[in-house]
Design a protein around this ligand. Structure first.
Ligand SMILES: [Zn+2]
Length: 311
């Protein structure tokens, strides 16, 4: 009998048979802890194939980032530094797993950090080296290795939801992190997705796990991480520090399941988003598109965007 990959209980329900584009994809919800995941979980081989060639193309229609994508990545990375300056003040070495176009690494390097990255997509990794001269390994995480306790800081920005065995993955990172190091994990929140997105447009082959704050925190605990002090587990953007590994049964939380079930009920009833938000969201997107398009055109190339963020 199949069981939940996180809490190991076997009380699962199928919540969807289609992905956000209408293609066949089965998604399960664990009634014991609220973990939402694609079933079956894809193998390493299937994922390597998907990410090395197809993913960015199917996701953003280009295999190298456009100027507007770089601009957005720089804006987000800069905001991350602005909001977490104190927390990151002791950092000297960092690893960005899923480094994308290299924007975060570039800003980290400008701060004087020894910054390295891993990025499976060839087009993104190549262009990061070319435009930002950053240190990126192009490949999957299991194709590379670092000495134990190499990094003060490891960043996973919208990566963990793509991983087929997230506990083992985090555990590997734990080995590379110094004892007083900091891990940052940001993933989409299934509760917000279910409430905020158009009916039927939630699930994606590449998003193997659809975390909630509880299951993200629990996944970290299974891999031997505690939440960093004073982080409130109400978001799926969390800082972790090394701790003791917990046991799967610690994740059992019927309230979390009930909350997710309620969000999904709202989603599928079509009542989740009021009319005003259904109109205002596309409008905001359009405004953002026009603004980014205009800004992107002011720059000669992606390199000049990076320089603008460090002047
Ligand atoms: Zn579970």
């Amino acid at each position: 009998m199949p069981s939940c990959p996180l809490c190991q209980q076997n009380d699962l329900e199928v919540i969807s048979k289609k992905d956000r584009h209408g293609k066949a994809l089965t998604t399960d919800l664990c009634r014991s802890c609220g973990t939402v995941f694609n079933s079956p979980i894809p193998t390493d081989e299937e994922l390597t194939r998907f990410y090395s060639k197809d993913y960015r193309k199917s996701y953003k229609s280009v295999s190298v980032p456009k100027k507007k994508h770089s601009l957005r990545a720089f804006t987000r990375a800069q905001s991350f530094f602005d909001h977490n300056g104190e927390r990151l003040s002791q950092v000297k070495t960092c690893l960005d797993v899923g480094a994308g176009g290299g924007e975060f690494l570039y800003l980290a390097k400008q701060r004087g950090w020894d910054a390295q990255g891993i990025e499976p997509n060839e087009g993104y990794a190549q262009s990061a080296k070319e435009f930002y001269d950053v240190d990126i390994f192009c490949g999957m995480m299991n194709e590379t290795d670092y000495p134990d306790k190499s990094f003060d800081f490891i960043r996973l920005n919208h990566v963990l939801e793509h991983i087929n065995h997230p506990v083992a993955f985090l555990n590997r990172l734990r080995g590379w992190l110094k004892d007083d190091g900091l891990l940052y994990v940001e993933v989409p929140n299934i509760k917000a997705y279910a409430v905020g997105r158009t009916k039927g447009k939630i699930f994606h082959y590449g998003h193997i796990f659809n975390f909630s704050p509880w299951t993200l925190q629990g996944c970290g605990k299974l891999a031997g991480f505690d939440l960093a002090n004073n982080v409130e587990a109400v978001t799926t953007a969390l800082f972790f520090v090394k701790g003791e590994a917990g046991s799967p049964s610690d994740l059992v939380n019927e309230t979390n399941y009930q909350e997710i079930r309620a969000c999904l009920d709202l989603h599928y009833s079509g009542a989740a988003r009021p009319l005003s938000s259904r109109i205002s969201k596309p409008l905001k997107k359009l405004v953002r598109y026009i603004r980014e398009f205009g800004k992107g055109h002011r720059y000669k190339d992606r390199k000049s965007i990076g320089q603008d963020f460090t002047d």
